[in-house]
Unconditional design. Sequence first.
Length: 433
Amino acid sequence: MLRGVLVRQAARRWKPVVRGVTALGLCAAAGGSVVLGASPALAAGPGPAGSRNVPAVIPATGVRLISMPGPAAVAVPRGAQSTAEAAAEVKPLGQLREADVLVVAPTALKPALTAAIARLPGVAATQALDAATIKVNGRFIQMLGVDPGTFRAFAAGPTARSTALWQSVASGNIALSYTMGQLDKLALGGRVTVAGHRTEKLRVGAFGTVGIAGADAVVSDAVARSLGIPAGNAIVISAPDTSLVQLTARVKALLPRGAGVAQLVAQSAPGVTGSAELAAAGAAGATSVTAADGSMTSVQVQAFLTAAESRVGQPYVWGGAGPTVFDCSGLVQWSLRQAGLVMPRVAADQARTGPLIPLSDLRPGDLLFYHTDATAPTYISHVAIYLGNGLMEQAPEPGENVQVVPADFGSGFAGAVQISPAIAAAVAGNPAG
């Protein structure tokens, strides 16, 4: 039996569906966050309820749907739930399901395809949903349209259990990522402008994450239809007790032209790193020259660090990927590109690009990951570059610039990753091909 021990990743190649919806939106590093590894020194806490046989695998923050600061995972502040929200009916929560694989197509998928995928070996459950990259307040983000009652089982445990939260989505509200709410200074109960087939003003009913990295918004399937997103153009698959590399290959063979498939969880068999299985799936075509141990060469490291340090003083902008504005993961991706290396866009994916390393093995060019999400203190939501001599470089937050500061290994530190160019290329290119 395989056990996931690394991280969840975003499905990166969502296809265009309507005017105002593009093929691939930007998602800031903090908009996709994960817990690193199963190592006791790095795993900050247990996985969500329902993550059977997957210790220390935490859903990535993209759409966790926590509505406000505080311990209650609810969609609206206590006493403030509207009559429409209270009246919105959603099905009771059944068995929690781990979201392991995501299929996305440019047009609606036939129900027969979902049924065929459900019959594949190892598949425990499937759920049709809608997915698109769409403009919200002038920024392209990735959105899910769901049936709140049936999709809730695929969300993280606290989110899945909040009936009030799903009632809010069912009543027509939009739920946004905690990061988007914080960085864009959005107010719970306020409205955002969503540009689909037509422009709509949607009420913000919640902030947080649902467990699919990169997705910054969740609406009901009815709202998704009004925005012009094709009905059922995506499928989430739960298959916690099988090889996801093999499963994604089987799923891909069933898909129509233009549809894509991506793992949401990296796995490893006992004694084998999750990165190794990922590399076997997708790194065969990688052309980067690497060191004997699979890491960057000294020339690549020097080019990476030189590029990164040349950006010191440039402003932080959420979603910025260079050359003059950056968020934390954008800085990492741009700097590696200057060294001729491919890197995925969000921190959730960047955390999958090599083996976890102890601090005793830390060296310049390694990546450092942190917990900064106030609604999810055990989730990774920031990345920095280790420079050596106890220093790191980061793009910190709005209002600040790219900076070199002492490396922080305090309570928010989640772990360090040594970049493997081949694995990074595999993650960036979708390991299922």
